[in-house]
Design a protein around this ligand. Structure first.
Ligand code: ZN
Length: 162
């Protein structure tokens, strides 16, 4: 079965920057699962996966515009410590990755400067500004269920559990 719109795709990947060591490897856990053609995956990666099938391997290089975008210099924000998830569990230090609660749910940010009651965080995606190389192995392809199409995402192991 070839990957096309409304396919549910599971794949393993190794992620690196060009010429650098792998810094993320899905082989340590479950493959990633997504519903093809429903904006649930990086656009450039989805385009490269179209027409592939289980067992296929591919290497995809995505410039920042096709991955997590360019870094925004004005993306540093000052937030109250009470919005930092798990703030009591650790001492905040510059460069530390934390989550802050927002109106749209928790968001991954990087600590720039920590104060007594506030913390300055960089809200750029940690991978913003980076060219990324995905070494992908397609694990499985199946047709989406009617319910998955209604929801616009994949269900089951590796997908939404609800
Ligand atoms: Zn759902």
């Amino acid at each position: 079965m070839l990957i096309e719109k409304n396919s549910v795709v599971s794949f393993h990947y190794r992620l690196s920057e060009p010429g650098e060591a792998v810094f993320e490897d899905s082989h340590d856990g479950q493959p990633l699962v997504y519903l093809h053609g429903h904006r649930g995956m990086l656009v450039g990666l989805e385009a490269a996966l179209a027409g592939k099938q289980a067992g296929d391997t591919l290497s995809v290089t995505l410039p920042p515009e096709q991955a997590y975008g360019q870094r925004q210099d004005d993306a540093v924000q000052r937030v109250s410590l009470k919005h930092v998830v798990g703030r009591a569990a650790k001492k905040l230090k510059p460069g530390m990755a934390v989550q802050v609660n927002t109106d749209h749910g928790p968001r991954d940010v990087i600590v720039v400067k920590a104060g007594l009651k506030t913390v300055d965080v960089d809200t750029n995606h940690p991978l913003a500004g980076k060219t990324l190389v995905f070494d992908v192995e397609v694990v499985g392809v199946r047709a989406a269920t009617a319910e998955e199409l209604t929801h616009g995402h994949a269900h089951g192991a590796g997908g939404h559990q609800h």
